[in-house]
Write a protein that binds this ligand. Sequence first.
Ligand code: NAG
Ligand code: NAG
Ligand code: NAG
Ligand code: NAG
Ligand code: NAG
Length: 344
Amino acid sequence: MLNHRGMLNRVNSAARVAILLALLCFCSATSSYSFPDDTACARASGMAMPGPGNLLTVDQSGKGDYRKIHEAIAAAPANSSARTVILIKPGIYREKIVVPVDKPNITLFGTSANTTVITWNERWVSSDTSPTVSVLASDFVASRLTFRNTLGTSAPAIAARVMGDRAAFYGCSFSSFQDTLLDDNGRHYYCGCYIEGGTDFICGNGRALFEKCHLHSTSPNGGAFTAQKRASELNHTGYSFVRCKLTGVGVSTSILGRPWEPYSRVVFALTYMSAAVSPRGWDDWNHTANQRTAFYGQYQCYGQGAKTDGRVKWARNLSPIEAAPFMTKAWIGGQQWLPKQPPS
Ligand SMILES: *[C@@H]1O[C@H](CO)[C@@H](O)[C@H](O)[C@H]1NC(C)=O
Ligand SMILES: *[C@@H]1O[C@H](CO)[C@@H](O)[C@H](O)[C@H]1NC(C)=O
Ligand SMILES: *[C@@H]1O[C@H](CO)[C@@H](O)[C@H](O)[C@H]1NC(C)=O
Ligand SMILES: *[C@@H]1O[C@H](CO)[C@@H](O)[C@H](O)[C@H]1NC(C)=O
Ligand SMILES: *[C@@H]1O[C@H](CO)[C@@H](O)[C@H](O)[C@H]1NC(C)=O
């Protein structure tokens, strides 16, 4: 972060089965779900995939429709109300990717986050041009992919910026150091994802639900898992982490969050926190006034780092009733737009 800064349509089932089979064959041997290994997220990611419309394949060996991911995005129809699924073969894709605002309904579907990697190495100069991957369109889905920025620790460096409404990520991995995931605007869902960084590594003014995600701090000191950017009480934004896992290097090296803007809102629920989480938990970013406006809470978290007795006085221990709005997909209106979970 700049420290100085201030479905599916009704599709006939034969077509759907054909697409699913194509997917299974495409992913075949190497396919294994890995981040974290959660079957609910894996099943949901499978559901995110099939659908009517276009199926494009990207394969560096030349056996697909395209060798680069950005070429497939360029080929996807604009303003489409049908989903375009881009299947990506394993590989390290060194390219910067923008999903432009007039390309809604795109799914990027990799094989596994370990094997299908999109990587670049630019510091944050402009949020419009610097991220490795920028999602400006609505109704975006990504599954089983890694978004990476390899710049290192010298400056903010965004791996993914999410600007479109109704975006969902399943089994994806995000890695950089500062400002890894710029969850900037709109409603977003992350299921079974791995997110790594040091400083403010999940930040922005989005409204997001993270379920069963693993957040890992690589900061040796002074780290912060989040810097949510809600500027006004009227903004319906904030991050909710449910059944997640927080780890990091060292002991007491990272806080849970600090307010990029005064009304910053972040809740951790039913989440494991290792000793990497500092006992005070939160910071006001050198503005005591933020203590009155920020909404930082936890609910039934566990692990050494979850103890609340050393927390800053203005952090909240939520009651079940206070926690309820943050606990389900209703937080992001997900009942209306997330793919339905298949029956188990
Ligand atoms: C994927 O990578 C992570 C981190 O390196 C590792 O822990 C995990 O075992 C890997 N999973 C697979 C299926 O290779
Ligand atoms: C998509 O829709 C927008 C808004 O209606 C329009 O400006 C744009 O030209 C359209 N794009 C294409 C490629 O048709
Ligand atoms: C995306 O596709 C769905 C289903 O076809 C459709 O209802 C929705 O309007 C599309 N979104 C956009 C922005 O076109
Ligand atoms: C925040 O709320 C204000 C007041 O309703 C509104 O003008 C502004 O556009 C909102 N900002 C965002 C990023 O939603
Ligand atoms: C907060 O203020 C202290 C003392 O002036 C300074 O050392 C520190 O860098 C400031 N922290 C931030 C995040 O600005």
